[in-house]
Design a protein around this ligand. Structure first.
Ligand code: AMP
Ligand code: MG
Length: 398
């Protein structure tokens, strides 16, 4: 059996680039950008009016004038207006180009308008007020979104502004999720007393959907011939197989044997950890990776968070995750010589430190406990007593 760190390192050796593809802007949120985005124009592209009101010459106001005849209106979306007389003004709307010959905008709230004249109710104005200057935010040609970022709504907005209708992003691996076990029935079915509904593949689908991976899913009965036949086909069709169940010591846990027969090279089987000890990981001759997760829902969830998602993120070009340290909020005793992934609820203390409150539940089958907790706290091997106040890495899953 290997340690958590060894397992993570072995999986780390299989991080690979799945290449680049183009997607439409509206499908790009959550994807990893693989090109730099540059400003195709200044940000903003012209002196932009930021308040509805009038535009005038600051000089005219400074010389004591308070009433300004209105020459016309500059709306957003209209071509640039031009002030003819330096003693008058133009009405302007938010988003309009500042009219030529003007430099300052006064909002309607500070005006009285009657008889085609605007009277300014202020004693003081600032030169250039209520004008967002051309190029003030970013100059044309400047880098606005660097390659390697995971696109959030903020980056989508910037990409749209610089005219990127199509973006180059990391291609996603062709992935299939496979559940195993004769006791499992479809979600919509009413299970018989000896049956349970399949949850792992739906939970896994949801984990992958956060990365825009639309994984296929299959179910295998506990039958060696069926397992062999189906796995052989999937190994040639997919780049990543995520299996759940069938990797322990049970009579019908056929996966390790089947994978071996199919020539999938075992990189490890079993990690010194709880939950998730039976995790099996290997690589097929064609390069397909097989993450054979334990069947227990909490175990498969923990292994997804701690091992699969870091592999996925790095394969997509993101940095390795950095787990923050959290303060254990009460003493915990754990005797087995295993790394213990303790389920915790996360809070913050008055100093802003992360507090980890144990919500232990009833072991690796207690799926409902995942709802009460927010994270796993990774408690190292070689220790039985974990004291309140000690800090450990936190694997947050919300
Ligand atoms: P196994 O590793 O196949 O022995 O499964 C361990 C435990 O996890 C058993 O109690 C299974 O019923 C349960 N299990 C396996 N796969 C799933 C699944 N897809 N959804 C929910 N429970 C599962
Ligand atoms: Mg099983």
């Amino acid at each position: 059996m290997i340690t958590v760190e060894q397992a993570a390192a072995i999986i780390g050796q299989t991080i690979r680039d799945f290449g680049v593809e183009e997607v439409g802007l509206d499908a790009a949120v959550g994807r990893v950008l693989r090109e730099n985005l540059y400003a195709d124009r200044d940000f903003p592209p012209y002196h932009r009016v930021t308040m509805d009101g009038i535009a005038l010459r600051y000089d005219a106001f400074q010389s004591g004038r308070r009433s300004f005849p209105i020459e016309g209106v500059g709306a957003a979306g209209a071509v640039q207006q031009e002030l003819r007389s330096p003693e008058s003004c133009l009405e302007v709307m938010t988003g309009a180009m500042l009219p030529a010959g003007t430099d300052t905008v006064i909002r309607y709230e500070d005006l009285e308008i009657s008889g085609g004249e605007a009277r300014v109710l202020l004693d003081q104005v600032t030169w250039g007020q209520n004008v967002h200057k051309q190029g003030e935010d970013r100059g044309q040609g400047s880098l606005v979104v660097p390659a390697g970022l995971r696109l959030s709504p903020a980056e989508i907005g910037v990409a749209a502004t610089v005219g990127k209708a199509v973006l180059r992003v990391s291609r996603l691996p062709r992935t299939v999720i496979v559940s195993t076990g004769d006791e499992l029935v479809e979600v919509a079915e009413k299970p018989l007393p000896h049956q349970i509904r399949r949850s792992n593949e739906h939970r896994l689908k949801a984990s992958l959907a956060r990365y825009n991976i639309a994984a296929d899913s299959r179910h295998l009965r506990d039958d060696m011939q069926e397992v062999l036949r189906e796995l052989r086909a999937m190994l040639s069709e997919y780049e990543v197989l995520i299996l759940s169940g069938g990797v322990s010591e049970g009579k019908f846990d056929y996966l390790p044997r089947a994978l071996d027969e199919l020539g999938v090279e075992k990189r490890f089987h079993k990690i010194k950890q709880r939950p998730g000890k039976p995790f099996w990981f290997g690589k097929a001759p064609g390069g397909t990776l097989v993450f054979a997760l334990p069947g227990n829902p909490v175990s498969s969830f923990m292994c997804t968070q701690r091992y699969f998602l870091p592999w996925l993120e790095q394969s997509l070009g993101l940095p390795a995750p950095v787990y923050p340290s959290a303060v254990l909020a009460r003493d915990v005793v754990f005797k087995p010589d295993l790394t213990y992934f303790l389920q915790v609820k996360v809070q913050y203390d008055e100093q802003g430190r992360i507090l980890a409150l144990p919500v232990e539940g009833h072991g690796s089958g207690d799926l409902a406990n995942l709802v009460d907790a927010d994270a796993f706290l990774q408690l190292p091997m070689g220790k039985d007593v974990f004291k309140k106040g000690e800090v450990f890495p936190l694997i947050f899953y919300r």
